[in-house]
Design a binder for this molecule. Structure first.
Ligand SMILES: Cc1cc2nc3c(=O)[nH]c(=O)nc-3n(C[C@H](O)[C@H](O)[C@H](O)COP(=O)(O)OP(=O)(O)OC[C@H]3O[C@@H](n4cnc5c(N)ncnc54)[C@H](O)[C@@H]3O)c2cc1C
Length: 466
């Protein structure tokens, strides 16, 4: 049921209150609904985008420039899924293995695919010791559009829009209320379990503010620390002969129309290297193909002629080589609360301290050089590395849209904020979900993993209630 006015629910007692109606919050509610448990989703934004709501995402970035945090996420029903690209894939097992949750996420893979309306097919073909051809699925799901009618008719999922939560209250480590603002008036809503699902920046901000004004959250938890992304940049350009690759991989070749994806293997990561993936897009401008073929003709005329022929037969993946590369957690990259500027509800705005990682740049240089060697050795194509990567002179970020860390999961309270069940350490009933709990970034786009974690959280809470 979608409520129009908070007065209709202010005295209700929902066993679970979820804050945020993005992919994370809605997935928790869907799992609870499956178990016949009622929940209330509190959403700050309206059904459509509006500036007034978006203004609450005002933030300062200190350090290296990244996308304005006011616009790289959306404060409305459905959250940032109103503008996401839909690239979806589970995280590599070798990345998840350090999280301490074993294979638990794989139990939620099938349901995540159903939520995202994608095929449960993520093939992987081994190219050599260091690389695999991998497969993404592309979701077209906008959570508001897919779930609006569903929620409206649901006996279990309830939603109130235009209601912003400010902080949690409680005593003796038991969270009892959430304080929220609806049409400039403050309300306290109570529940047994609370789930914070407000995205990879706000989750830290709301916990930091709760800690500042209550004693509900431990003073020494590293809230906001280890904020990460996985940089996205162009590492070079080149050509890959699809036909040769298909011949080489035989029936394991993943033949799809979209971009060609290659990722580093477990073996590569095990050599104290980070994980990364690269892709070449088939839809790039023809001009760039021609430039690249011209370059190759100058350096390697015989190979260049072969390539030129493949070009005419449309047998090439050719153009810029895009990289998504893992970034290690660094506690200096962190979210804090601004000392002087507050939003209209009196909550300090976010300060994000972020410095690009030189380590990431060094490791990505090794990966692209290795990939260039693999292409040459197997005669699959040719790669030219971008000068700024070769010289280790910073990469040009194509945008920071994946906000990771800040409330990371773990066993040790010194370096994590939530436990492996996503409950805030030393708090009895306050949970956090979203990419803010990822302890490492991996290279994979995060939403698939966010949904798996959120379904698992819904299941965990349901076992406590039933
Ligand atoms: C341009 C772009 C492209 C992207 N492409 C991809 C992609 O291809 N693949 C991929 O996996 N990921 C992609 N992402 C990232 C993806 O959008 C996020 O991972 C995903 O939306 C996170 O889900 P979430 O529910 O945790 O957070 P969000 O979707 O951000 O939802 C958080 C919700 O909480 C609400 N909220 C915030 N503060 C409060 C408050 N105080 N009170 C109440 N409610 C509040 C917000 O209004 C919002 O509805 C992209 C992101 C961008 C910006």
């Amino acid at each position: 049921m979608i409520y129009k006015n908070i007065d209709e629910i202010k005295n209700s007692n929902f066993p679970v209150i979820i804050i945020g109606s993005g992919p994370a919050g809605i997935s928790v509610a869907l799992k609870l609904e499956e178990k016949k448990i009622k929940s209330l989703i509190i959403e700050a934004g309206d059904e459509e985008y509006n500036h007034e709501s978006q203004d609450y995402y005002e933030a300062k970035v200190i350090g290296d420039e990244i996308n304005d945090l006011k616009y790289s996420r959306l404060r409305q029903f459905g959250g940032t899924s109103n503008q996401w690209g839909g690239w979806s894939k589970p995280m590599e097992d070798y990345n998840l293995s350090s999280w301490g949750i074993n294979n638990q996420l794989s139990d939620y893979k099938k349901q995540t695919c159903k939520i995202l309306n994608i095929k449960n097919q993520f093939r992987k073909s081994n190219l050599d010791n260091n690389f695999n051809q991998i497969e993404f699925q592309y979701s077209k799901v906008n959570f508001k559009e897919k779930y609006k009618q569903h929620i409206n008719k649901s006996k279990y999922i309830n939603l109130i829009l235009n209601t912003q939560i400010i902080n949690f209250y409680g005593q003796e480590k038991l969270t009892t209320h959430v304080e929220c603002v609806y049409k400039k008036k403050k309300y306290l809503l109570k529940s047994k379990y609370f789930v914070l699902a407000t995205g990879g920046v706000e989750n830290s901000r709301i916990l930091l503010w709760t800690r500042q004004i209550t004693n509900l959250v431990d003073k020494d938890l590293p809230i906001g620390r280890n904020w990460m992304t996985h940089p996205w940049f162009i590492v070079g350009h080149g050509v890959l002969k699809k036909k040769e690759l298909a011949k080489y991989l035989g029936n394991k070749f993943i033949d799809v129309d979209g971009p060609l994806h290659i990722s580093s293997s477990k073996n590569f990561k095990d050599q104290n290297l980070l994980s990364g993936s690269l892709y070449m897009n088939s839809l790039e401008n023809e001009k760039i193909y021609k430039e690249i073929v011209k370059d190759i003709l100058c350096i390697a005329p015989n190979f260049g002629k072969k390539i030129a022929r493949s070009f005419l037969k449309k047998d090439l993946k050719c153009g810029n080589i895009f990289f998504h590369f893992e970034e290690l957690p660094n506690s200096n990259n962190r979210i804090t609360l601004d000392k002087s500027i507050k939003d209209k509800n009196g909550v300090p705005i976010t300060n994000l301290f972020y410095k690009k990682s030189n380590f990431t740049l060094k490791k990505s240089k090794i990966m692209i050089e290795n990939f260039a060697n693999t292409c040459r050795k197997l005669d699959l194509g040719r790669v030219a590395v971008k000068k700024n990567i070769l010289d280790l002179k910073n990469y040009e970020s194509l945008g920071v849209y994946h906000h990771i860390g800040g409330t990371t999961l773990g066993v040790n309270k010194k370096n994590s904020v939530v436990d492996i069940n996503l409950k805030v350490h030393n708090n009895k009933n306050l949970f956090v979900t979203g990419s803010s709990v990822f302890p490492t970034s991996g290279y994979t786009n995060p939403t698939f993993t966010i949904i798996q974690l959120s379904l698992r959280l819904g299941e965990h809470i349901s076992k406590k209630i039933i």
